[in-house]
Design a binder for this molecule. Structure first.
Ligand code: PSU
Ligand code: MN
Length: 309
């Protein structure tokens, strides 16, 4: 199947289509973070605010999801509300796509499936909170997020605040290295740990401006190197969490997941929700702020790319 055949499953929001015609920058946003990553109604506030920040940064937001089996590059406000508030919306990664589309279901897209739809639509920059990765204990469980394989194959730059230490960050970085995915620090030499600015691991390269990032992305494309890029942007210092407190909450959430027999696609949403409760809601505030910070950087990178295209 070629690209245009796939596109019969895709609806591009009129504002996004206009941006393509005008050569305006477009930034993709994911929807699992809305449906499964944050509780209602904070999730919908976040989804609206992050779109506004992308607009303020001079780019056009395209929140990606699946409505009635249609792949949407740019959800309407009503569609965002639908995915944010409907219990039982499917968390859709690569393997779920054919069934959810064939059955005309609603679905929220993860990093992996958002990359697939963004690429189909022709959007090269995608803003999220954190990527999935190699889970702790993966030597036994084999729990490795499909996000990592997608980064290896699909040519979209993912702006994130690193990876949470609910994951094995060292193994996640090893996996990305093996699959040839550049891990770039935005204004930092340290790979950020989502809730905190540093994980104790380094990034491959540090880039200090949207222009530098755009240069690397363009060069990668011109070299014919397919696959994604991780642009790791640390949470602003004023919203960073205390590393000891967040580690304690994560350890307890992991223990509860083990005791409760939580596995598969339930694991990440379960851990996020427990960490939020165990920190008295503090982790949710940090999560929201780091997404906003990523939106600012993503809009600036997309703008730099479109200027020098
Ligand atoms: N990290 C977050 N919030 C999220 C996710 C990750 O802080 O909502 C979501 C993203 O959609 C990511 C997915 O792609 O979890 C990874 O899930 P899994 O580990 O099951 O692949
Ligand atoms: Mn998994």
């Amino acid at each position: 199947m070629n690209r245009s055949q796939y596109q019969t499953f895709l609806d591009i929001h009129p504002r996004v289509a206009e941006a393509f015609r005008q050569g305006e920058p477009v930034v993709a946003l994911e929807s699992t973070i809305i449906s499964h990553g944050m509780p209602y109604p904070r999730n919908i506030e976040m989804a609206r605010a992050v779109e506004d920040l992308v607009r303020q940064g001079g780019a056009v937001p395209a929140t990606i999801g699946i409505v009635g089996g249609r792949l949407k590059a740019g959800l309407t406000e009503e569609e965002i509300e639908l995915l944010a508030s409907t219990p039982g919306v499917v968390k859709v990664s690569r393997r779920d796509l054919p069934v959810v589309v064939a059955r005309s279901m609603h679905g929220a897209t993860t990093v992996a499936s958002t990359m697939i739809v963004a690429d189909l639509a022709g959007i090269g920059v995608f803003v999220t909170g954190g990527i999935g990765g190699v889970h702790r204990g993966a030597e036994q469980t084999m729990d490795i997020s499909a996000d990592l394989q997608e980064l290896a194959r699909t040519s979209v730059a993912v702006v994130c605040a690193g990876a949470k230490s609910i994951l094995d960050i060292g193994l996640t970085l090893e996996y990305l290295e093996t699959r040839g995915v550049p891990v770039l620090g935005y204004g930092t030499d340290d790979f950020p740990a989502f809730y905190t600015r540093s994980s104790g691991f380094g990034v491959d390269y540090r880039l200090d401006s949207p222009r530098e990032v755009a240069q690397v992305l363009r060069t990668k494309r011109d070299l014919g190197l397919s696959g994604g890029v991780v642009l790791a942007n640390p949470v602003p210092a004023e919203y960073e969490m205390d590393p000891v407190a967040i580690d304690r909450a994560i350890e307890q959430a992991l223990e509860e997941a083990r005791e409760g027999g939580i596995s598969g696609k339930e694991t990440t949403p379960f851990l996020l929700s427990r960490v939020k409760d165990l920190t008295g809601g503090a982790s949710l505030n940090t999560n929201i702020q780091l997404v906003y910070n990523n939106a600012r950087v993503g809009a600036a990178v997309a703008s730099a790319l479109s200027r020098e295209a």
